[in-house]
Design a protein around this ligand. Structure first.
Ligand SMILES: [Zn+2]
Ligand SMILES: [Zn+2]
Length: 465
Protein backbone atom coordinates (compact mmCIF):
# COMPACT_ATOMS: atom_id res chain seq x y z
CA UNK A 1 0.00 0.00 0.00
CA UNK A 2 1.24 3.43 -0.87
CA UNK A 3 0.39 6.84 0.56
CA UNK A 4 -1.72 9.52 -1.02
CA UNK A 5 -0.51 11.39 -4.04
CA UNK A 6 1.32 14.14 -2.16
CA UNK A 7 4.07 15.67 -4.21
CA UNK A 8 1.92 15.80 -7.35
CA UNK A 9 2.99 18.67 -9.60
CA UNK A 10 0.74 21.70 -9.35
CA UNK A 11 0.47 24.88 -11.36
CA UNK A 12 -0.02 25.49 -15.05
CA UNK A 13 1.01 23.61 -18.19
CA UNK A 14 1.25 24.48 -21.86
CA UNK A 15 -0.98 22.64 -24.32
CA UNK A 16 -2.13 22.84 -27.95
CA UNK A 17 -5.92 22.71 -27.79
CA UNK A 18 -8.64 22.31 -30.39
CA UNK A 19 -11.93 24.19 -29.99
CA UNK A 20 -13.34 24.46 -33.51
CA UNK A 21 -12.37 21.86 -36.11
CA UNK A 22 -11.02 23.56 -39.25
CA UNK A 23 -8.77 22.69 -42.17
CA UNK A 24 -5.22 22.30 -40.86
CA UNK A 25 -4.06 25.21 -43.02
CA UNK A 26 -6.23 27.49 -40.87
CA UNK A 27 -4.17 26.47 -37.83
CA UNK A 28 -7.03 25.28 -35.61
CA UNK A 29 -4.87 24.39 -32.58
CA UNK A 30 -4.31 27.13 -30.02
CA UNK A 31 -1.44 27.33 -27.57
CA UNK A 32 -3.04 27.65 -24.12
CA UNK A 33 -2.03 27.58 -20.46
CA UNK A 34 -4.16 25.17 -18.43
CA UNK A 35 -4.00 23.90 -14.88
CA UNK A 36 -2.06 20.63 -14.60
CA UNK A 37 -4.84 17.99 -14.44
CA UNK A 38 -5.23 15.76 -11.39
CA UNK A 39 -5.57 12.00 -11.80
CA UNK A 40 -8.58 10.25 -10.32
CA UNK A 41 -8.80 6.77 -8.78
CA UNK A 42 -7.04 4.22 -11.02
CA UNK A 43 -5.40 7.00 -13.01
CA UNK A 44 -1.85 8.28 -13.23
CA UNK A 45 -0.42 11.69 -14.10
CA UNK A 46 2.26 11.51 -16.78
CA UNK A 47 4.85 14.22 -17.43
CA UNK A 48 4.95 14.15 -21.24
CA UNK A 49 8.37 13.89 -22.89
CA UNK A 50 7.17 13.42 -26.47
CA UNK A 51 3.96 12.86 -28.40
CA UNK A 52 3.67 11.50 -31.92
CA UNK A 53 1.48 13.19 -34.51
CA UNK A 54 -0.87 10.79 -36.28
CA UNK A 55 -3.21 11.02 -39.27
CA UNK A 56 -6.06 10.49 -36.81
CA UNK A 57 -5.09 13.81 -35.18
CA UNK A 58 -5.48 15.41 -38.57
CA UNK A 59 -8.95 13.85 -38.93
CA UNK A 60 -9.81 15.10 -35.42
CA UNK A 61 -8.54 18.62 -36.02
CA UNK A 62 -10.24 18.93 -39.41
CA UNK A 63 -13.56 17.52 -38.16
CA UNK A 64 -13.56 14.37 -40.33
CA UNK A 65 -14.32 12.59 -37.04
CA UNK A 66 -17.36 13.99 -35.21
CA UNK A 67 -16.17 15.96 -32.17
CA UNK A 68 -17.02 14.20 -28.90
CA UNK A 69 -16.46 17.25 -26.68
CA UNK A 70 -16.35 21.03 -26.82
CA UNK A 71 -12.60 21.21 -26.77
CA UNK A 72 -9.87 18.62 -26.77
CA UNK A 73 -6.10 18.34 -26.63
CA UNK A 74 -5.17 15.89 -29.42
CA UNK A 75 -2.31 13.40 -29.35
CA UNK A 76 -2.32 9.67 -28.64
CA UNK A 77 1.28 8.49 -28.97
CA UNK A 78 2.47 9.69 -25.60
CA UNK A 79 5.82 8.93 -24.00
CA UNK A 80 6.49 10.30 -20.54
CA UNK A 81 7.17 9.45 -16.93
CA UNK A 82 4.82 8.76 -14.06
CA UNK A 83 4.56 12.03 -12.10
CA UNK A 84 1.77 11.13 -9.67
CA UNK A 85 -0.83 8.49 -8.82
CA UNK A 86 -4.50 9.33 -8.45
CA UNK A 87 -5.93 9.27 -4.94
CA UNK A 88 -7.88 6.21 -3.88
CA UNK A 89 -11.22 6.82 -2.14
CA UNK A 90 -10.98 6.24 1.60
CA UNK A 91 -7.23 6.56 2.05
CA UNK A 92 -4.36 4.25 1.14
CA UNK A 93 -4.39 3.37 -2.51
CA UNK A 94 -3.66 -0.13 -3.84
CA UNK A 95 -0.94 -0.76 -6.42
CA UNK A 96 -1.75 0.56 -9.87
CA UNK A 97 -0.78 -2.20 -12.33
CA UNK A 98 0.01 -1.26 -15.95
CA UNK A 99 -1.23 -3.29 -18.95
CA UNK A 100 1.47 -5.87 -18.21
CA UNK A 101 -0.05 -6.47 -14.76
CA UNK A 102 2.94 -5.17 -12.79
CA UNK A 103 2.57 -2.10 -10.53
CA UNK A 104 3.67 1.22 -11.94
CA UNK A 105 6.43 3.13 -10.16
CA UNK A 106 6.83 6.86 -9.73
CA UNK A 107 9.27 8.26 -12.29
CA UNK A 108 9.29 5.29 -14.67
CA UNK A 109 8.93 5.76 -18.41
CA UNK A 110 5.58 4.74 -19.90
CA UNK A 111 3.55 5.11 -23.07
CA UNK A 112 -0.12 5.82 -23.78
CA UNK A 113 -1.78 4.81 -27.07
CA UNK A 114 -5.13 5.61 -28.75
CA UNK A 115 -7.15 3.17 -26.60
CA UNK A 116 -7.39 5.16 -23.34
CA UNK A 117 -9.85 2.87 -21.56
CA UNK A 118 -12.58 0.30 -22.19
CA UNK A 119 -15.56 -0.68 -20.04
CA UNK A 120 -14.16 -4.22 -19.71
CA UNK A 121 -17.61 -5.77 -19.73
CA UNK A 122 -19.44 -5.25 -23.02
CA UNK A 123 -19.82 -8.24 -25.33
CA UNK A 124 -16.73 -7.23 -27.30
CA UNK A 125 -14.50 -6.85 -24.24
CA UNK A 126 -15.70 -10.22 -22.98
CA UNK A 127 -14.66 -11.96 -26.17
CA UNK A 128 -11.21 -10.44 -26.58
CA UNK A 129 -12.17 -7.68 -29.00
CA UNK A 130 -11.70 -4.73 -26.67
CA UNK A 131 -10.69 -2.64 -29.68
CA UNK A 132 -14.41 -2.69 -30.56
CA UNK A 133 -15.61 -1.87 -27.01
CA UNK A 134 -19.04 -0.24 -26.93
CA UNK A 135 -17.87 2.35 -24.40
CA UNK A 136 -14.22 2.79 -25.27
CA UNK A 137 -12.62 6.16 -24.62
CA UNK A 138 -9.89 7.30 -26.97
CA UNK A 139 -6.86 9.41 -26.12
CA UNK A 140 -6.82 12.89 -27.62
CA UNK A 141 -10.43 12.47 -28.74
CA UNK A 142 -12.69 11.51 -25.80
CA UNK A 143 -10.11 12.56 -23.22
CA UNK A 144 -7.34 15.16 -23.46
CA UNK A 145 -4.24 13.78 -25.15
CA UNK A 146 -0.53 14.39 -25.33
CA UNK A 147 -0.08 17.73 -27.11
CA UNK A 148 0.55 19.05 -23.59
CA UNK A 149 3.13 18.98 -20.83
CA UNK A 150 1.02 16.59 -18.71
CA UNK A 151 -1.49 13.85 -19.43
CA UNK A 152 -3.80 11.79 -17.21
CA UNK A 153 -3.90 8.10 -18.19
CA UNK A 154 -5.82 5.05 -17.02
CA UNK A 155 -3.26 2.75 -15.37
CA UNK A 156 -4.34 -0.62 -16.91
CA UNK A 157 -3.93 0.94 -20.38
CA UNK A 158 -0.41 2.24 -19.76
CA UNK A 159 2.66 0.45 -21.16
CA UNK A 160 6.13 0.33 -19.67
CA UNK A 161 8.77 1.62 -22.07
CA UNK A 162 12.54 1.23 -21.98
CA UNK A 163 14.85 4.17 -21.21
CA UNK A 164 18.04 2.52 -22.47
CA UNK A 165 18.79 0.11 -25.32
CA UNK A 166 20.54 -3.29 -25.15
CA UNK A 167 23.96 -1.55 -25.02
CA UNK A 168 22.86 0.80 -22.26
CA UNK A 169 22.54 3.88 -24.47
CA UNK A 170 19.64 6.20 -23.63
CA UNK A 171 16.63 5.85 -25.96
CA UNK A 172 15.12 9.22 -26.87
CA UNK A 173 11.40 9.47 -26.09
CA UNK A 174 10.85 10.80 -29.62
CA UNK A 175 11.98 7.51 -31.17
CA UNK A 176 9.50 5.52 -29.07
CA UNK A 177 6.43 7.72 -29.62
CA UNK A 178 5.57 6.46 -33.15
CA UNK A 179 5.37 2.91 -31.86
CA UNK A 180 2.30 3.76 -29.79
CA UNK A 181 -0.10 4.28 -32.68
CA UNK A 182 1.71 3.91 -35.99
CA UNK A 183 3.37 0.82 -34.56
CA UNK A 184 0.42 -0.64 -32.68
CA UNK A 185 -2.19 -0.04 -35.39
CA UNK A 186 0.31 -1.17 -38.01
CA UNK A 187 0.84 -4.36 -36.02
CA UNK A 188 -2.90 -4.99 -35.85
CA UNK A 189 -3.08 -4.46 -39.61
CA UNK A 190 -0.33 -7.06 -40.02
CA UNK A 191 -2.30 -9.41 -37.76
CA UNK A 192 -5.55 -8.93 -39.69
CA UNK A 193 -3.71 -9.35 -42.98
CA UNK A 194 -2.27 -12.69 -41.77
CA UNK A 195 1.37 -11.55 -41.57
CA UNK A 196 1.67 -11.92 -37.79
CA UNK A 197 -0.48 -13.85 -35.31
CA UNK A 198 -2.06 -17.25 -35.68
CA UNK A 199 -5.52 -16.65 -37.06
CA UNK A 200 -4.81 -16.42 -40.84
CA UNK A 201 -5.94 -12.81 -40.55
CA UNK A 202 -9.53 -14.00 -40.67
CA UNK A 203 -12.27 -13.06 -38.22
CA UNK A 204 -12.09 -15.06 -35.03
CA UNK A 205 -12.83 -14.85 -31.35
CA UNK A 206 -9.61 -14.35 -29.42
CA UNK A 207 -9.52 -14.89 -25.66
CA UNK A 208 -10.35 -11.79 -23.59
CA UNK A 209 -7.36 -9.74 -22.48
CA UNK A 210 -6.22 -10.11 -18.88
CA UNK A 211 -3.74 -7.52 -17.64
CA UNK A 212 -0.46 -9.31 -17.26
CA UNK A 213 -1.18 -11.62 -20.18
CA UNK A 214 2.07 -12.56 -21.79
CA UNK A 215 0.93 -13.48 -25.26
CA UNK A 216 2.66 -16.58 -26.53
CA UNK A 217 4.40 -15.77 -29.80
CA UNK A 218 3.21 -18.18 -32.45
CA UNK A 219 4.26 -18.38 -36.07
CA UNK A 220 1.97 -16.59 -38.47
CA UNK A 221 -0.50 -18.68 -40.41
CA UNK A 222 1.51 -18.15 -43.54
CA UNK A 223 4.71 -18.73 -41.63
CA UNK A 224 3.38 -22.04 -40.37
CA UNK A 225 2.09 -23.05 -43.79
CA UNK A 226 5.44 -22.19 -45.30
CA UNK A 227 7.36 -24.16 -42.73
CA UNK A 228 7.38 -27.06 -45.19
CA UNK A 229 10.01 -25.48 -47.45
CA UNK A 230 12.39 -25.33 -44.51
CA UNK A 231 11.90 -29.10 -44.01
CA UNK A 232 12.67 -29.51 -47.70
CA UNK A 233 15.74 -27.37 -47.15
CA UNK A 234 16.86 -29.67 -44.35
CA UNK A 235 16.36 -32.74 -46.57
CA UNK A 236 18.15 -31.10 -49.49
CA UNK A 237 21.06 -30.25 -47.24
CA UNK A 238 21.35 -33.84 -46.13
CA UNK A 239 21.23 -35.00 -49.78
CA UNK A 240 24.02 -32.52 -50.61
CA UNK A 241 26.00 -33.85 -47.65
CA UNK A 242 25.48 -37.44 -48.83
CA UNK A 243 26.72 -36.57 -52.33
CA UNK A 244 29.83 -34.96 -50.86
CA UNK A 245 30.42 -38.00 -48.68
CA UNK A 246 30.47 -40.36 -51.67
CA UNK A 247 33.12 -38.25 -53.36
CA UNK A 248 30.99 -35.37 -54.56
CA UNK A 249 30.31 -34.46 -58.14
CA UNK A 250 32.91 -31.85 -58.98
CA UNK A 251 31.74 -31.39 -62.56
CA UNK A 252 29.70 -28.27 -63.21
CA UNK A 253 26.02 -29.10 -63.66
CA UNK A 254 26.46 -32.33 -61.70
CA UNK A 255 24.06 -33.57 -59.00
CA UNK A 256 25.64 -31.41 -56.30
CA UNK A 257 25.20 -28.29 -58.40
CA UNK A 258 21.60 -29.25 -59.07
CA UNK A 259 20.86 -29.75 -55.38
CA UNK A 260 22.56 -26.47 -54.55
CA UNK A 261 20.43 -24.74 -57.17
CA UNK A 262 17.19 -26.12 -55.71
CA UNK A 263 18.43 -25.16 -52.25
CA UNK A 264 19.02 -21.58 -53.37
CA UNK A 265 15.49 -21.39 -54.80
CA UNK A 266 14.00 -22.75 -51.57
CA UNK A 267 15.89 -20.24 -49.46
CA UNK A 268 14.74 -17.51 -51.80
CA UNK A 269 11.07 -18.27 -51.32
CA UNK A 270 9.50 -15.55 -49.21
CA UNK A 271 7.04 -16.28 -46.40
CA UNK A 272 4.63 -14.23 -48.47
CA UNK A 273 4.29 -11.01 -50.43
CA UNK A 274 2.79 -7.97 -48.75
CA UNK A 275 1.71 -4.72 -50.40
CA UNK A 276 1.63 -1.43 -48.47
CA UNK A 277 -0.41 1.42 -49.94
CA UNK A 278 0.71 4.79 -48.56
CA UNK A 279 4.04 5.07 -46.83
CA UNK A 280 3.77 7.11 -43.65
CA UNK A 281 4.56 6.35 -40.04
CA UNK A 282 2.65 3.05 -39.76
CA UNK A 283 3.86 1.62 -43.07
CA UNK A 284 7.54 2.28 -42.35
CA UNK A 285 7.25 0.26 -39.13
CA UNK A 286 5.09 -2.52 -40.67
CA UNK A 287 7.61 -2.94 -43.45
CA UNK A 288 10.40 -3.74 -41.00
CA UNK A 289 8.30 -6.24 -39.04
CA UNK A 290 7.12 -8.02 -42.19
CA UNK A 291 10.67 -8.18 -43.59
CA UNK A 292 11.90 -9.63 -40.30
CA UNK A 293 9.34 -12.44 -40.76
CA UNK A 294 10.63 -13.28 -44.21
CA UNK A 295 7.96 -11.46 -46.19
CA UNK A 296 8.72 -9.57 -49.37
CA UNK A 297 7.24 -6.09 -49.18
CA UNK A 298 5.96 -4.03 -52.11
CA UNK A 299 5.28 -0.35 -51.42
CA UNK A 300 2.85 1.82 -53.39
CA UNK A 301 3.25 5.55 -52.82
CA UNK A 302 3.23 8.64 -54.98
CA UNK A 303 6.14 10.29 -53.15
CA UNK A 304 9.59 9.54 -54.57
CA UNK A 305 11.11 10.40 -51.17
CA UNK A 306 8.86 7.79 -49.53
CA UNK A 307 9.81 5.21 -52.16
CA UNK A 308 13.46 5.85 -51.42
CA UNK A 309 12.90 5.35 -47.68
CA UNK A 310 10.90 2.17 -48.38
CA UNK A 311 13.75 0.66 -50.40
CA UNK A 312 16.25 1.73 -47.76
CA UNK A 313 14.20 -0.12 -45.11
CA UNK A 314 14.05 -3.33 -47.14
CA UNK A 315 11.14 -3.12 -49.61
CA UNK A 316 11.81 -5.33 -52.64
CA UNK A 317 9.89 -2.89 -54.83
CA UNK A 318 8.45 0.60 -54.53
CA UNK A 319 6.25 2.23 -57.13
CA UNK A 320 3.03 4.11 -57.66
CA UNK A 321 -0.47 2.77 -57.05
CA UNK A 322 -1.92 1.57 -60.33
CA UNK A 323 1.40 -0.04 -61.25
CA UNK A 324 1.63 -3.80 -61.10
CA UNK A 325 3.84 -4.89 -58.21
CA UNK A 326 7.29 -5.62 -59.50
CA UNK A 327 6.78 -3.54 -62.65
CA UNK A 328 9.87 -1.53 -63.52
CA UNK A 329 9.73 1.75 -61.61
CA UNK A 330 10.18 3.78 -64.78
CA UNK A 331 7.15 2.16 -66.45
CA UNK A 332 4.46 4.68 -67.27
CA UNK A 333 1.85 4.86 -64.55
CA UNK A 334 -1.43 3.45 -65.73
CA UNK A 335 -4.37 5.75 -65.36
CA UNK A 336 -6.78 4.50 -62.69
CA UNK A 337 -9.41 3.84 -65.39
CA UNK A 338 -7.20 1.35 -67.17
CA UNK A 339 -7.08 -0.96 -64.20
CA UNK A 340 -10.45 -0.20 -62.69
CA UNK A 341 -13.48 -2.48 -62.51
CA UNK A 342 -12.75 -5.03 -65.19
CA UNK A 343 -9.03 -4.58 -64.84
CA UNK A 344 -8.80 -8.05 -63.35
CA UNK A 345 -8.89 -9.50 -66.87
CA UNK A 346 -5.96 -7.36 -68.03
CA UNK A 347 -4.04 -8.22 -64.90
CA UNK A 348 -4.76 -11.94 -65.31
CA UNK A 349 -3.63 -11.92 -68.90
CA UNK A 350 -0.43 -10.19 -67.87
CA UNK A 351 0.04 -12.72 -65.08
CA UNK A 352 -0.47 -15.58 -67.52
CA UNK A 353 2.27 -14.03 -69.63
CA UNK A 354 4.52 -14.64 -66.64
CA UNK A 355 5.58 -11.09 -65.88
CA UNK A 356 3.31 -10.35 -62.95
CA UNK A 357 3.64 -10.68 -59.22
CA UNK A 358 0.60 -11.40 -57.07
CA UNK A 359 0.52 -10.35 -53.45
CA UNK A 360 -0.72 -12.55 -50.60
CA UNK A 361 -1.91 -9.57 -48.58
CA UNK A 362 -2.07 -5.80 -48.70
CA UNK A 363 -2.59 -3.01 -46.20
CA UNK A 364 -3.98 0.35 -47.24
CA UNK A 365 -2.88 3.21 -44.99
CA UNK A 366 -3.71 6.19 -47.20
CA UNK A 367 -7.27 7.48 -46.59
CA UNK A 368 -8.26 7.12 -50.26
CA UNK A 369 -11.06 4.65 -51.02
CA UNK A 370 -9.89 3.96 -54.57
CA UNK A 371 -6.74 2.37 -53.13
CA UNK A 372 -8.87 -0.41 -51.60
CA UNK A 373 -9.83 -1.30 -55.16
CA UNK A 374 -6.26 -1.00 -56.45
CA UNK A 375 -5.11 -3.29 -53.64
CA UNK A 376 -7.80 -5.91 -54.40
CA UNK A 377 -6.55 -6.01 -57.98
CA UNK A 378 -3.04 -7.00 -56.98
CA UNK A 379 -3.77 -9.61 -54.29
CA UNK A 380 -3.82 -13.26 -55.20
CA UNK A 381 -6.80 -15.60 -54.76
CA UNK A 382 -7.74 -15.74 -51.05
CA UNK A 383 -5.59 -12.67 -50.45
CA UNK A 384 -6.54 -10.21 -47.73
CA UNK A 385 -6.73 -6.43 -48.05
CA UNK A 386 -6.78 -4.65 -44.66
CA UNK A 387 -7.73 -0.98 -44.48
CA UNK A 388 -5.74 0.70 -41.71
CA UNK A 389 -7.30 4.16 -41.69
CA UNK A 390 -9.88 5.48 -39.23
CA UNK A 391 -11.34 7.57 -42.04
CA UNK A 392 -11.39 7.21 -45.80
CA UNK A 393 -12.97 8.68 -48.88
CA UNK A 394 -15.69 6.37 -50.34
CA UNK A 395 -14.61 3.08 -51.90
CA UNK A 396 -15.68 2.97 -55.57
CA UNK A 397 -18.05 0.19 -56.69
CA UNK A 398 -16.26 -3.16 -56.79
CA UNK A 399 -16.83 -5.25 -59.87
CA UNK A 400 -17.43 -8.80 -58.66
CA UNK A 401 -14.46 -10.47 -60.41
CA UNK A 402 -12.15 -8.11 -58.50
CA UNK A 403 -13.15 -9.60 -55.14
CA UNK A 404 -14.09 -13.10 -56.37
CA UNK A 405 -11.82 -16.08 -55.64
CA UNK A 406 -12.26 -15.57 -51.89
CA UNK A 407 -10.40 -12.32 -51.65
CA UNK A 408 -11.12 -10.54 -48.37
CA UNK A 409 -11.54 -6.80 -47.81
CA UNK A 410 -11.65 -5.75 -44.16
CA UNK A 411 -11.14 -2.65 -42.05
CA UNK A 412 -8.98 -2.40 -38.95
CA UNK A 413 -10.43 -0.54 -35.97
CA UNK A 414 -8.31 0.64 -33.01
CA UNK A 415 -6.23 -1.99 -31.24
CA UNK A 416 -6.16 -4.21 -28.20
CA UNK A 417 -3.70 -4.28 -25.32
CA UNK A 418 -2.44 -7.58 -26.68
CA UNK A 419 -1.54 -5.80 -29.95
CA UNK A 420 0.35 -3.12 -28.04
CA UNK A 421 2.26 -5.55 -25.82
CA UNK A 422 3.23 -7.76 -28.77
CA UNK A 423 4.24 -4.80 -30.91
CA UNK A 424 6.46 -3.26 -28.22
CA UNK A 425 8.17 -6.59 -27.65
CA UNK A 426 8.59 -7.21 -31.40
CA UNK A 427 9.94 -3.70 -32.01
CA UNK A 428 12.55 -4.15 -29.29
CA UNK A 429 13.56 -7.61 -30.52
CA UNK A 430 14.11 -6.72 -34.20
CA UNK A 431 14.96 -3.85 -33.30
CA UNK A 432 12.69 -1.62 -35.36
CA UNK A 433 14.18 1.65 -36.54
CA UNK A 434 11.81 4.61 -36.22
CA UNK A 435 12.46 7.33 -38.77
CA UNK A 436 11.43 10.50 -36.96
CA UNK A 437 11.16 14.22 -37.59
CA UNK A 438 10.83 16.21 -34.36
CA UNK A 439 9.19 19.57 -33.70
CA UNK A 440 8.45 21.72 -30.66
CA UNK A 441 4.94 21.62 -29.17
CA UNK A 442 4.00 25.08 -30.51
CA UNK A 443 4.52 23.88 -34.10
CA UNK A 444 1.74 21.28 -33.93
CA UNK A 445 -0.31 23.14 -36.58
CA UNK A 446 2.65 23.20 -38.98
CA UNK A 447 3.25 19.49 -38.42
CA UNK A 448 -0.38 18.66 -39.25
CA UNK A 449 -0.11 20.66 -42.49
CA UNK A 450 3.13 18.86 -43.40
CA UNK A 451 1.48 15.51 -42.61
CA UNK A 452 -1.49 16.37 -44.81
CA UNK A 453 0.87 17.23 -47.65
CA UNK A 454 2.89 13.98 -47.19
CA UNK A 455 6.00 16.02 -46.39
CA UNK A 456 7.03 13.98 -43.32
CA UNK A 457 9.74 11.35 -43.74
CA UNK A 458 8.71 8.50 -41.43
CA UNK A 459 6.88 9.80 -38.36
CA UNK A 460 6.35 13.29 -36.93
CA UNK A 461 6.85 13.74 -33.19
CA UNK A 462 6.42 16.69 -30.84
CA UNK A 463 9.30 16.98 -28.39
CA UNK A 464 7.68 18.34 -25.25
CA UNK A 465 9.60 17.81 -22.01
ZN1 LIG B 1 -16.24 -3.02 -23.75
ZN1 LIG C 1 -3.03 7.25 -34.41
Amino acid sequence: MVGMSDGAPEGMMRAMRLVDPLPATERPLQLVELPIPSPGPGEVLIRVEACGVCHTDLHTVEGDLDPHRESVIPGHQIVGEIAAFGDWPGGDRPDYPAADGRPLELGERVGVPWLWRTDGQCRFCRRGQENLCEHALFTGYDVDGGYAEYHVASAPFVYRLPSVDAEGHPIPATSLAPLLCAGVIGYRCLRLAGVVGDDHGLPGRPAPFEPGDEPVPRPSAFGAARARPSMRVARLRSVAGAIREVGGSPSAGGPLDMVDGILAEELDEPAGRLGLFGFGAAAHLCLQIAVSRGWQVYVFTRSEEHRRLARELGAVWAGASGQRPGAPAEAARQTPGQLSLNGRDDAMRAAAAGDETWLDAAIVFAPAGELALEALKVVDKAGIVALGGIHSSPIPPIDYPVIYDERVLRSVANSTRRDAIELLRTAAAIPVRTEVETFPLEQANDVLIALKESRIRGAAVLQIG
